[in-house]
Design a protein around this ligand. Structure first.
Ligand code: ADP
Length: 395
């Protein structure tokens, strides 16, 4: 069975084609700068070197046409006919309260995604364009929408409500939704499989640390709490996003003459590691600057760790203890300095770092010492595979 996974952004379309019998990738790539200057098509067939082409692509329909052309290309393609594709999985950012799991796409689902666009105005509309472009080129092939928010819908009111007037929740749907849900779900189940934990009972902390970062407390496959909020701005310190700040800061900025758009740029694009270090949003640059004695970079790193520990401590308590803490995302998978700083502070929970294992670059690895009560492990995320599996299960 062949499943195509599509992640359509405002000016990009990422794709992965899976052969599900072996869960292997046949090809993947992206079309970027759609509708902008010099759109670029990057295509990587398994076993070949990636190729790049500049094409004139003005919208998602054009991107899909170029992709289909490539998929069946006699020389570079991976299928003989588009009819070989049996399902298409679409990443959709916001499913609001309506979508608590992946769903087969029909008109009602598309209307629902459109309604949720009020909560994700930059993401849901292009997600929908990707869905409609696929419908044009793969008529009759079932599409499945997999929502970033869905896995977190198991949170209870005490976790998802803000202490704001209830009317705002009822009228404007203002509450915590959480994001990275597909990644948290994949890492939870893969981590349980790898560590031999029962996914119906396990208590696990998943730390997805990348440019965007979030942590989730998961028990028996249900999310008790997660650090992102109504938007992906909340929670941990990120590459350029501030994470948790006193809402009074926003009021103060506006009262001091900053426009709403300026505050938006400050909080989303100029804060986080970038804002505090003044150097870079990239953890590799921060680590290098720390080593050369840059104090602003060191404070940015320390703040990143401090914030994480505050969440880890709170979530450990919410879970009533945990069997595992799992690291994923670009930083979680690669930054041994981050993992060391965190795990050194987790001795109180019976977690002791295995320095050697932590320093090795490896997939699925235990990095705590044997006998640790709380096991620490690296589990590389695979959101595309999770989307393909969810699509396959529904078809
Ligand atoms: P996104 O959220 O955009 O998917 P990624 O998950 O790719 O981001 O993570 C990007 C982050 O991972 C960057 O901060 C980058 O510096 C960090 N990263 C990647 N490799 C390493 C490494 N070897 N050491 C430290 N940080 C790394």
């Amino acid at each position: 069975m062949k499943v195509l996974v599509i992640n359509a952004g405002s000016s990009s379309l990422k794709f992965t084609m899976f052969s599900m019998s072996k869960q292997s990738v046949l090809c993947k790539g992206l079309i970027e700068r759609i509708g902008l200057k010099s759109p670029r098509f990057v295509y990587h067939r398994q076993g070949d070197s990636p190729t790049e082409e500049l094409l004139n692509i003005v919208n998602h329909n054009g991107a899909m046409q170029a992709l289909c052309h490539k998929l069946i290309d006699p020389e570079h393609g991976v299928i003989k006919s588009l009819s070989e594709v049996e399902a298409i999985g679409h990443r959709v950012v916001h499913g609001g309260e309506r979508f608590t799991k992946a769903v087969k796409i029909d008109q009602t689902v598309k209307d629902g995604i459109r309604q949720c666009a009020a909560l994700a105005p930059l993401h849901n509309p292009p997600n929908l364009e990707g869905i409609e472009a696929c419908e044009n080129f793969f008529p009759g092939v079932p599409g499945v929408a997999v929502f970033d928010t869905a896995f977190h819908q198991s949170m209870q009111p005490e976790a998802y409500l803000y202490a704001l007037p209830r009317d705002l929740y009822k009228k404007l749907s203002i509450r915590k939704y959480g994001f990275h849900g597909t990644s948290h779900k994949y890492v939870y189940y893969e981590g349980c499989r790898f560590l031999g934990l029962d996914p119906k009972k396990a208590r696990v902390l998943v730390c997805h640390l990348g440019n965007g970062s979030s942590i989730a407390a998961i028990e028996g496959g249900k999310v008790l709490d997660t650090s992102m909020g109504m938007t992906p701005l909340m929670g941990l310190v990120m590459g350029t996003r501030c994470g948790a700040v006193d809402a009074g800061v926003v009021l103060h900025l506006i009262k001091n003459g900053y426009t709403v758009d300026e505050v938006d740029v400050i909080l989303n694009k100029k804060s986080g590691l970038q804002g505090v270090s003044g150097i870079s949003s990239d953890m590799r640059d921060i680590e290098a600057a720390c080593l050369s004695g840059n104090s602003d970079a060191q404070e940015a790193f320390d703040l990143f760790i401090h914030r994480l520990l505050v969440y880890i401590g709170g979530y450990y308590l919410l879970l009533g203890g945990a069997e595992a803490i799992l690291f994923t995302g670009g930083i979680g998978e690669n930054s041994h300095a981050t993992r060391k700083a965190l795990i050194d502070a987790l001795a109180v929970y019976g977690c002791e770092l295995d320095e050697e294992a932590n320093k090795k670059r490896q997939v699925n690895a235990i990095i705590s010492k044997p006998g640790s009560k709380l096991v620490a492990a690296i589990i590389p995320t695979n959101e595309e595979l999770m989307i393909a599996q969810e699509a396959m299960e529904l078809i």
